[in-house]
Ligand binder design. Structure first.
Ligand SMILES: [Zn+2]
Length: 410
């Protein structure tokens, strides 16, 4: 680098700015890597220190070289190695101090790797990192490993996070919308059938629409998901008393979960699902114009809280009409709304300026889950999917940087 000789630029004509920028970025990176190498080596030049596991004074084994991947590219370090006679283990104290003891990739670079991997598949992550950093930090396998490790670490930290306890609770009124989205799992090892996993997703909406929504996503069973949601609300100091309603599309596990964790809280059948069911039956019974007119009257009755008239209209067609497809028959439609009778409080929700549709939860299903986990050819283990969901929700909830600060502090 010291021998670099550049021809001066001509006084006229085009300048290949892109090439100049890349050249100087690389030079800057190399210079930074040299400074980092000297700085870190001198920090580790002292005594060999004590065993991180048992605290015994380590036996000095001398210096050994290792390459580290950093945001400034490769840094070559001579580190003092120590041996613990108690644990029978060799330790490079400097690696531990840098937080790069297992992968040889520093936390600064791991953070950037996770930031990209939460947005896109591992192979494109590798390509994008190479294009933007100017060097390729590691293989896509290694990227996956790093994302999985931090996704899991996030889970552990969330589980350990302290409940709000006696801290003053926020007075904000909020709603919870819950939905399920299917993602492709690893094929069954016996018969190679494709297995699907359900991702359960809750969107917590500020009723006054000031705060951005936050998300809780889980590949676990309903009960574990419910506990996770409950804990997320608790650690944010959100009072269950201020939970105005739970909105969902009608899947039984969601209402069971709501009964279990939020007893007494108003349940609302997602208005758009209700509307869709009504429309399907109407379209199967009548030509478009009549079907739409009937449909609109039912929607108006639901919004106005005229449930007596609404059910009378449904009973009338259930008695008189039938469809060739039993799935959209008037009888089924009536049954569906009777099962959800206590979840049709749209008029009250509208009066209180609360949302009546889970448009927000369905769009969350798309941008939290599907965009990253449902791309063609993807197959997920439960743990792998959960790790990426943890990274994505953590980021979308505005807590990504906080995680890395805590990680560095630990
Ligand atoms: Zn030891």
């Amino acid at each position: 680098m010291k021998n670099l000789r550049l021809e001066p630029l001509q006084s006229e004509g085009p300048i290949d700015a892109g090439a100049e920028e890349e050249l100087f970025r690389d030079l800057g990176r190399q210079a930074a890597a040299e400074v980092l190498s000297r700085r870190w080596e001198s920090a580790g030049a002292g005594s060999v220190g004590r065993c991180p596991d048992c605290g015994t004074q380590l036996r000095d084994l001398g210096l050994r070289g290792k390459r580290f991947q950093t945001l400034c590219g490769t840094v070559q370090l001579q580190r003092r190695m120590g041996y613990c006679n108690q644990c029978h283990a060799t330790t490079a104290t400097l690696d531990e101090r840098l937080g790069a003891n297992d992968t040889g990739i520093t936390p600064g670079l791991q953070r950037v790797i996770c930031r990209v991997a939460l947005e896109m598949a591992y192979e494109p992550t590798k390509a994008l990192l190479k294009d933007t950093l100017g060097f390729s930090p590691c293989s896509s396998r290694e990227i996956e490993r790093i994302a999985n490790r931090h996704g899991k670490e996030i889970e552990i930290r969330l589980e350990m996070s302290s409940p709000a306890g006696k801290r003053p609770r926020a007075k904000k009124v909020y709603c919870v919308a819950i939905d399920g989205t299917m993602i492709p799992g690893l094929p069954d090892p016996k018969d190679h059938r494709l297995i699907w996993h359900e991702v359960k997703l809750a969107t917590v909406i500020d009723a006054s629409d000031i705060d951005a929504p936050f998300y809780v996503a889980s590949t676990e069973k309903a009960e574990a998901f419910g506990l996770k949601l409950w804990r997320a609300l608790d650690t944010r100091g959100m009072d269950p008393k201020n939970l105005a309603q739970v909105i969902a599309d009608g899947a039984p596990w969601i209402w069971n979960l709501a009964d279990l964790h939020f007893p007494g809280v108003t349940q609302l059948l997602d208005f758009y699902h209700a509307a869709e069911h009504l429309h399907q039956t109407a379209a199967a019974l009548w030509p478009e114009g009549i079907a739409n007119a009937w449909w609109h009257r039912r929607l108006e009755q639901l919004k106005a809280g005229e449930l007596g008239n609404f059910f009378a209209a449904l009973k009338l067609i259930a008695k008189r009409r039938t469809t060739s497809d039993p799935a959209v028959s008037p009888e089924r439609l009536l049954q569906y709304f009777e099962e959800n009778r206590k979840r049709l409080g749209y008029a009250e929700a509208l009066n209180r300026n609360l949302p009546i549709g889970s448009g927000v939860v369905e769009s969350a299903g798309r941008h939290i889950v599907q965009q990253r986990l449902k791309q063609s050819g993807m197959r997920w283990s439960l743990a792998g999917a959960q790790a990426i969901l943890n990274l994505r929700t953590r980021h979308r909830n505005g807590q990504f940087e906080q995680y890395w600060e805590n990680y560095a502090a630990a």
